[in-house]
Each structure stands twice: as structure tokens, then as C-alpha cells.
Design a protein around this ligand. Structure first.
Ligand code: DOR
Ligand code: ZN
Length: 345
């Protein structure tokens, strides 16, 4: 008999872009109404590189999520070539920085201040390894010689594996993995390595983005790959392995910035993230693994307690709105206009 409802421990979202200003006010509640905590990515136009910037940003997020007072934004530092290791250590000690994010320079939205060569930040990474502070990695090599569909696989070989050889105790989250190569690599590593998987990479492959007309709202980075990779991600997420956990990479951009001659990368999946993940787990006949992926594996990796609350979803059709927000701030949610079969209660 088909399952009609499911209740799990309240989940967390281990990869979120909440933006700032008016966009923050518009999108934050979608994350806060579902998730107990969220890892807040630091790629603002002025990147979050100091404890003071992170603390101020955290306050703006708390203000934007006042209606969900139990929601906890977990802040991250944006690594640059010149960031001071002491700033990270201090921020981690006083509980402002949960982790630090590595953007290879120019890999994605607001990454121009990212790291140009990982060797330049080895003193920072050594300090993080010493204090057990997780490194969150956007795993793509950006070079004119490397095909965009190969960037993640090349990153494993050229950057991730050498890094782990040099710093075998460093805690690393391979963010938003998109390839079988990454899923296999993560599974082969020790307890210090884990990965987040987005809802959209479990559902779409590159054909969904390109066949029958280009779909700018399905363009994100790392870009969706071919079907065999999507299948491998679904297998990893639902396998019961504690190395994979939920991270939506929800990344709102105004519609005009997506539907453009040079469209921005990012999928705004926050509004129905849990419903989409639940559908995927049901399709894979793995609803019994949803709680571990969404609510247990992440806290275990981050050494945090699990949430005390519960959330329920029921089998009930709902239509995703075409847009959320007005005018210049309007965004197109993931699966806009489509019908979802699960509904968060
Ligand atoms: O698609 C993406 N959008 N990937 C990223 O890595 C960044 C994000 C954003 O901030 O827009
Ligand atoms: Zn991201």
C-alpha cells in the first residue's frame, strides 16, 4: 500500500543562499519554516570574510526570520587568498563561524574574491584542521581548458585528493555534488569527508535544462550532468550512507537576471524543498532513509545535536506558484507551475 504520510525529526538545510536586503526578507521564511538550522553561504556582493560581518549578517537573518524564532542560521566565512587564519579561529571559538567556504575564484556567483590557488591558504586550512572546523568546498576547477561538464571530476583529481593527502584530518564537505565520480570519491573516504546533495540534482539532468529550448531556471552551478550521474546521486542519497546529507543550494535570482543573454546560475528551491526530496525518496522506495539524510547525518558530521521537533508531510497534490515576490524582486521557484505530490503540513 502506498504511504500517505510521513513524520520525521525536523531537518536542517546544510547549504543555503539567503542573500541580503529585500531579497533576504522575501526568501528567508521559506527556509526557516521547514528547517531547524541552515548553513548560510557567505557569497554576498561584499563577501562575509570577518567575524563582525558574519555576526551582523546573522542578526539581519534573525530579523528576517522573526516568525520562526527557533530557526538557527549557522554562519560561514568566505575564504580569500589573504584571509587571516586567526580571524577564523576566533570566529569559530566564539561560535560565530560554524564552517568556512572555499570558492575557487570565478567559479560561481560572487566568487571573484575566491581562492586563486589552494596552496595560498594552506596555513588557514591547517588551522581549521587543528580546531576541527569544517571546510565546505565548491568543487569545480575553473579553466578555459576544462569543459564545464568535467569541472567537478577534474577538481577531485587536481585539488580534493591532493588536499586530503596533505591534510588527512581536515573535515571537508564536498558541496552540491553532481557526478558519480564525486559520490564514489566521498564514499571511499574516511569519516572526515561528507557531501551535500541538492533536490534539483536528484531530479534533473542536462537534457532537462537544454532539450526543447533552454530553461534558464534550471541553470545552476555545478551544472546538471548526464543521466548516469543523476542516478548515482539518487543512489548515494538514499543508500543509508551517513556521508550524504541534505543541502538545497537554494539560490534566488530575480527573474530578469535568469532570463537574460547571460543568465545567473542558481535555482530557488527553498519553497518546496522537503516535498521534492520526499518524492525522490519515495520513488527510490527509500522513505525509511529520508530522516537520516535530512535530519541525522548532517548534525552527526557537524558534531551538533539533532533537532527535537518533528515535521510531517502528507500525500496531497499542490501546485507550485509561477512566481514568488513582485516586480524587480520576483523570483521563479523550482518546479514553477508544476504539481507536487507531497505537501508539508
Ligand atoms: O547555482 C549556483 N548558485 N551555484 C553556486 O555555487 C552559487 C549559487 C548562487 O549564489 O547564486
Ligand atoms: Zn551554493
Amino acid at each position: 500500500m502506498a504511504v500517505e504520510s510521513i513524520t520525521i525529526r525536523q531537518p536542517d538545510d546544510w547549504h543555503v543562499h539567503l542573500r541580503d536586503g529585500e531579497m533576504l526578507k522575501q526568501v528567508a521564511a521559506y527556509t526557516a519554516r521547514q528547517f531547524g538550522r541552515a548553513i548560510i553561504m557567505p557569497n554576498l556582493p561584499t563577501p562575509v570574510t570577518t567575524v563582525a560581518l558574519a555576526a551582523a549578517y546573522q542578526n539581519r537573518i534573525l530579523e528576517a526570520t522573526q516568525d520562526h524564532p527557533d530557526f538557527k542560521p549557522l554562519m560561514t566565512a568566505y575564504l580569500t587568498d589573504t584571509i587571516d587564519p586567526q580571524e577564523l579561529v576566533t570566529g569559530h571559538d566564539i561560535g560565530v563561524f560554524t564552517a568556512a567556504k572555499l570558492y575557487p575564484a570565478n567559479a560561481t556567483t560572487n566568487s571573484t574574491f575566491g581562492v586563486s590557488d589552494i596552496k595560498k591558504i594552506y596555513p588557514v586550512l591547517e588551522a581549521m584542521q587543528r580546531i576541527g572546523m569544517p571546510l565546505l568546498v565548491h568543487g569545480e576547477v575553473v579553466s578555459s581548458e576544462i569543459d564545464i561538464f568535467d569541472r567537478e571530476a577534474v577538481f577531485i583529481e587536481q585539488v580534493m585528493q591532493p588536499l586530503l593527502n596533505d591534510m588527512p584530518e581536515l573535515k571537508v564537505v564536498f558541496e552540491h555534488i553532481t557526478t558519480k565520480d564525486a559520490a564514489d570519491f566521498v564514499e571511499s573516504q574516511g569519516d572526515n569527508m561528507a557531501a551535500t546533495i541538492t533536490a534539483h540534482h536528484l531530479q534533473i539532468n542536462r537534457n532537462d535544462m537544454l532539450v526543447g529550448g533552454i530553461k534558464p531556471h534550471l541553470y545552476c552551478l555545478p551544472v546538471a550532468k548526464r543521466e548516469l550521474h543523476r542516478m548515482a546521486l539518487r543512489k548515494a542519497a538514499t543508500s543509508g550512507s551517513n556521508k550524504f546529507f541534505l543541502g538545497t543550494d537554494t539560490a534566488p535570482h530575480a527573474i530578469g537576471d535568469k532570463e537574460s543573454a547571460c543568465g545567473c546560475a542558481g535555482i530557488f528551491s527553498a519553497p518546496h524543498a522537503l516535498e521534492v526530496y520526499t518524492q525522490v525518496f519515495e520513488e527510490e522506495m527509500a522513505l525509511d532513509q529520508l530522516e537520516a539524510f535530512a535530519a541525522l547525518n548532517g548534525p552527526a558530521f557537524y558534531d551538533l545535536p539533532v533537532n527535537q521537533g518533528k515535521v510531517s508531510l502528507v500525500k496531497s497534490n499542490q501546485q507550485v506558484p509561477m512566481t514568488i515576490g513582485q516586480n524587480a524582486m520576483a523570483v521563479s521557484p523550482y518546479r514553477a507551475g508544476e504539481t507536487l505530490i507531497w505537501q508539508l503540513v
